[in-house]
Design a binder for this molecule. Structure first.
Ligand SMILES: NC(=O)c1ccc[n+]([C@@H]2O[C@H](COP(=O)([O-])OP(=O)(O)OC[C@H]3O[C@@H](n4cnc5c(N)ncnc54)[C@H](OP(=O)(O)O)[C@@H]3O)[C@@H](O)[C@H]2O)c1
Length: 262
């Protein structure tokens, strides 16, 4: 029997031959994304502020038969970010995908928020995203092959949330940047998207979720009555990195178990 061709073009879900940088790639959601991308064939630069932790994740990927390098950088420092992007190209050969996943939150009411709390959140969550995206896009433009820039934002970008004002403001600003980047960079074949996860239990919120009352109250606001997992967020990031998402740019993709549906 002869095989009939499907009447649709099947793009590639795999990332073979692609090189990705994942900031915040040593823990939580970023770790899951680095592992998922490596499992789907990408070479991955794993980054956070701590070189030993970057090396440990890179070694894990290499042991499993993937290809990775651990490259430490503080995303709040543009010079370190530039070095991260340039070193990735030098060590892994190119850059096709950037995932800005490094993020921090300071949990306090606005009336108690200090200048250093504000700066810490904005430097990591906004300045980091701005300069890492700029440096990655420069390489993609130089190389002439386009690419994917994925911001890990949050549902905090879409609504106010008690005690994490600066976090929500930083993530909302990231959604705005995602749109302008789409306007400026579509001509170079670069797509920019903002992935907005709902609650996933990681180090960033472990202290709050240890409180059973907080957990119970949070679950009541989530139609699926559960927290998400880092692997589920990574699966959405994989879709955004793959050829399947080629017409999506400038958009926020919400993966929140229905939390912002009301
Ligand atoms: N967990 C959730 O419920 C949730 C929901 C929506 C969105 N998000 C977003 O998802 C992203 C990952 O969060 P997570 O929950 O996986 O948190 P996490 O487990 O605390 O991981 C944060 C990662 O960012 C790195 N990092 C922090 N500050 C950095 C800096 N200045 N420069 C470079 N790396 C830095 C951390 O490594 P070092 O500290 O070693 O540098 C770590 O690898 C964040 O952007 C967060 O806002 C999380």
């Amino acid at each position: 029997m002869t095989q009939k061709a499907w009447p649709v073009k099947l793009p590639d879900y795999r990332l073979d031959g692609k090189t990705a940088v994942v900031t915040g790639g040593t823990k939580g959601i970023g770790y899951a994304i680095a592992m998922m991308f490596a499992a789907f064939g990408a070479a991955v630069a794993v980054s956070s502020r701590h070189q030993e932790e970057c090396d440990a994740v890179a070694e894990e990927i290499n042991r499993l038969g993937g290809r990775a390098a651990g490259l430490a950088a503080d995303v709040g420092r543009p010079r370190q970010v530039k070095k991260l992007i340039r070193d990735t190209v030098q060590i892994l050969g190119d850059l096709d995908i950037l995932v800005n996943c490094a993020g921090v939150a300071v949990t306090k009411p606005i009336l108690q928020m200090e200048e250093e709390d504000y700066d810490r959140v904005m430097d990591t969550n906004l300045r980091g995203v701005f300069f890492a995206s700029k440096e990655a896009a420069s390489v993609m433009v130089e190389k002439g092959h386009g690419g994917r820039i994925i911001q890990v934002a949050s549902i905090g970008a879409l609504k106010g949330t008690n005690q994490i004002s600066t976090y929500c403001a930083s993530k909302a600003a990231v959604l705005s940047l995602t749109k302008t980047m789409a306007l400026e960079w579509s001509r170079y074949g670069i797509t920019t998207t903002a992935l907005c996860p709902g609650y996933v239990k990681t180090e960033i919120n472990a202290a709050q979720f240890q409180d059973p009352d907080f957990l119970a109250k949070t679950l009541k606001t989530i139609p699926q009555r559960r927290l998400g997992t880092a692997d589920e967020v990574a699966a959405a990031a994989l879709f955004l990195a793959s050829d399947y998402s080629s017409m999506i740019t400038g958009s926020a993709i919400v993966a929140d178990m229905g939390a912002t549906s009301q």
